[in-house]
Design a protein around this ligand. Structure first.
Ligand code: CUA
Length: 347
């Protein structure tokens, strides 16, 4: 009787037929890398920190990345070794195989996870409190879809733009009027949620002066993607100058064209929603416009603040940012030009 000899089944990672498939994977992987690498263009990266808060987060990110990459390389290396150096006899069985599995499968992962957990908790504590006491407080209210910015001690209200003195910690108190938003300045600090009816606190500190883009990081409705803001870190002198400017009440519009623009503003639906200090307009549905012309953007980072964009925003707000609370205003050309002249005088 012929005896059957046992031949271990050979594992083949690829066959000739599967080679095009392998090339497809390489092609798709390469394309994905290119697309992902192009995503960084123009947007602020949390891995390019400009303050101690984001700095600690970036350090943690690199630690996690290096640990995860090392684990990946070791596991895949061990897998490939096992595939190509297959044990065919019991004599090749490692001594204490069970102990090996227990060590590499339980003890080593537990140690790695503990180390990662300690780094994470440490970073969370470090990021939760400012490195130096904060002397300046900013209150930020999330609206659909813009940010109200108040300096309560200085009695200043603005929108979508937070000025801070460079090198100083600033306390930020967050809340929301309707839905949950999340306040995120990737280059300066971690995300902090803003809830209706509750105040959450975070802080900002910039090591270098600059203009740091912030975004809402919690889906909050149709225009969530158009809910940006700028944190402008300035030298203490420049910050004081800016603050003094914001504290000024705009002068009464004297030239005839400014007076006409003011009348258009007060006599139209603008004043039902906006406030301008020193005038009868004191509503707070939309942003305070007292120093509108001093701001960089319109509609929460949607448009650069230019005369043309302002005209477009007034007349076509619903086309530019559908569903936002600002209606598209019908206004004749003369009135629009007068209104623009007046709004541009609010420096
Ligand atoms: Cu506010 Cu998303």
């Amino acid at each position: 009787m012929a005896t059957k000899t046992y031949r271990p089944h050979r594992i083949r990672l690829w066959s000739r037929r599967s080679i095009p498939h392998f090339q497809q994977i390489v092609f798709i992987g390469g394309a994905a890398c290119l697309i992902l690498s192009s995503c960084g263009g123009g947007s602020p990266s949390a891995l390019d920190p400009h303050g101690p808060g984001a700095g600690k987060i970036a350090t943690l990110w690199w630690i996690l990345f290096i640990v995860a990459a090392a684990v990946f390389v070791i596991v895949i290396g061990a897998l490939l070794y096992a595939l190509f150096h297959r044990r065919t006899t019991d004599a090749m069985r490692p001594v204490n195989a069970n102990a090996l599995v227990l060590t590499l499968g339980v003890v080593v992962p537990a140690i790695i996870l503990m180390v990662v957990l300690i780094f994470t908790i440490n970073t969370e504590f470090a990021v939760s409190a400012p490195p130096t006491p904060a002397n300046l407080t900013v209150e930020v209210v999330g609206h659909q879809w813009w940010w109200e910015v108040r300096y309560p001690d200085q009695q200043v209200t603005t929108a979508n733009e937070i000025h801070i003195p460079v090198g100083q910690s600033v306390q930020v108190k967050l809340t929301s009027d309707t839905v949950i938003h999340s306040f995120w300045v990737p280059q300066l600090q971690a995300k902090t949620d803003a809830f209706p009816g509750r105040t959450t606190t975070t802080w900002l500190k910039a090591d270098q002066s600059g203009d740091y883009l912030g975004n809402c990081a919690e889906f909050c409705g149709a225009e969530h993607a158009h809910m940006a803001f700028h944190v402008i870190a300035q030298s203490p002198d420049q910050f004081d100058t800016w603050m003094k400017g914001q504290q000024q009440t705009p002068p009464q519009p004297v030239p005839t064209d400014l007076q006409k623009g003011y009348q258009v503003f007060i006599g139209s639906s603008c004043s039902y929603c906006h406030a301008i200090r020193g005038t009868n307009a004191s509503a707070n549905v939309g942003p305070d416009l007292t120093h509108l012309a001093s701001r960089e953007t319109l509609a929460a980072g949607t448009l650069p603040n230019t005369r043309g964009n302002l005209a477009g925003w007034i007349t076509s707000a619903q086309n530019i940012k559908p569903d936002n609370k600002m209606p598209s205003i019908y206004i004749n050309g003369d009135d629009l030009q007068a209104l623009l002249n007046y709004l541009e005088s609010l420096t």
